[in-house]
Design a protein around this ligand. Structure first.
Ligand SMILES: NC(=O)C1=CN([C@@H]2O[C@H](COP(=O)(O)OP(=O)(O)OC[C@H]3O[C@@H](n4cnc5c(N)ncnc54)[C@H](O)[C@@H]3O)[C@@H](O)[C@H]2O)C=CC1
Ligand SMILES: O=C(CO)COP(=O)(O)O
Length: 333
């Protein structure tokens, strides 16, 4: 598998398009599969994805297709659809994938129905394909523009990890190898829920001190959850953990953070979602994180607060007050 092998990208949203553009720019052969014909035509004819990644010119070498069978030639596949659709998408794809082709999970979420990590979903559907996870502080628009960024590239087999790093990495995009596929998935899924909480703090205008406290205690919460599920602590404080938590909680560019901000300003979830085409994965994963935490006996007060708000069981201001009313305790995770 050299640099010229075909990389297949499954998903024509912002992140799939940005990753495709990144790799096409450095001369990697890339084919992107998308569901939406308008997205495919826009990429092939205008080098744009105006629906999901507006204002960004894409590399001419990036090609798109609507036929999953065109991905049969791919020697690596990046799975970049939203987490809740990964099972259906991988299942549709399975007849066209040969055993041994590595699958790189780029979605950030946990399956609501089953509580399964994306790696578990793939192990059920495609047990003969090695799985890797790419996750880090990476806003799609910045990566597509070629601005510097780094991510965790996790997979159990180190030599496969190094091959994937060289295929995906580029002059401004630096994947760092890790063997911890559990930790890399937990960080991405949980930080989205915590970013909704940070958005609420911003929407309620509670100040920057409150935001920093929330990020730090959020990291403690995410770390104890991750470690209970088998993650390494160093992953929780690495790019896919703390790195992505900081990015997502600090910027209105984040769909999760901006969703929380609108909730903090008192808007209703249904009204906010009506105006959006893009995913806010934290809203989809919050309940299942809470359920898994309860099962593992892990206390996650910030996640609990977000779940209450998402289900309209409480006002943002009240859940913040409840968090402040918790007993004082030792620092640490
Ligand atoms: N946008 C970003 O900056 C980043 C996104 N991610 C992750 O990548 C994943 C994909 O997100 P984006 O590319 O941002 O999506 P997006 O919000 O830009 O686009 C939505 C995507 O969902 C797809 N979709 C909608 N309904 C579907 C269905 N029924 N079945 C299959 N696909 C369906 C659409 O075709 C489209 O590709 C998410 O898990 C996200 O957390 C990860 C890193 C950065
Ligand atoms: O995962 C992301 C950045 O790393 C994108 O965050 P949002 O989905 O909240 O926009």
């Amino acid at each position: 598998m050299g640099h010229k092998s075909l990389v297949g990208i499954v998903g024509g949203g912002a992140w799939g398009t940005a990753l495709g553009c990144l790799m096409a720019k450095k001369g990697q052969s890339v084919l992107l599969w998308a569901r939406n014909e308008a997205v495919i035509a826009d990429i092939n004819q205008h080098q744009r994805n105006r629906l999901y990644l507006p204002d960004i010119p894409l590399d001419r070498a990036l090609r798109a297709t609507s036929r999953l069978e065109d991905l049969t030639r791919a020697e690596v596949l990046l799975l970049v659809c939203p987490a809740q659709y990964l099972r259906a998408t991988a299942s549709a794809l399975s007849p066209f994938i040969s055993a041994g082709v590595p699958l790189v999970i780029c979605a950030k979420g946990i399956e609501r129905e089953s509580g399964a990590l994306m790696s578990t979903v793939l192990a059920e559907l495609l047990p003969h394909n090695p799985v890797a996870v790419l996750s880090g502080p990476n806003f799609a628009a910045e990566v597509a523009r070629g601005l510097p960024a780094a991510a965790t590239l996790a997979t159990a087999d180190e030599s496969l990890g190094h091959r994937l790093v060289s295929i995906i990495g580029g002059p401004a995009f630096r994947p760092y190898y890790s063997p911890d596929i559990i930790g890399a998935q937990i960080g991405g899924a949980v930080k989205n829920v915590l970013a909704i909480a940070c958005g609420m703090v911003a929407g309620l205008q509670l100040g920057e001190n409150a935001r920093a406290a929330l990020i730090t205690r959020g990291l403690a919460e995410m770390s104890r959850f991750g470690m209970a599920l088998g993650a390494r602590q160093e992953t929780m404080t690495g790019l896919s953990g703390m790195g992505d938590l900081i990015l997502t909680c600090m910027s209105g560019q984040s769909r999760n953070m901006s969703l929380g901000m609108a909730l903090g300003e008192g808007r209703k979830m249904a009204d906010i979602l009506k105006e959006r085409r893009s995913v806010a994965e934290g809203a989809a994963s919050a309940d299942v994180v809470q359920m898994l935490a309860a099962k593992a006996g892990v206390d996650m007060p910030i996640v609990d607060a977000v779940v209450d708000i998402l289900h309209d069981r409480a006002q943002a201001a009240n859940v913040v007050q409840n968090l402040l009313n918790r007993p004082f305790r030792h620092e640490g995770i």
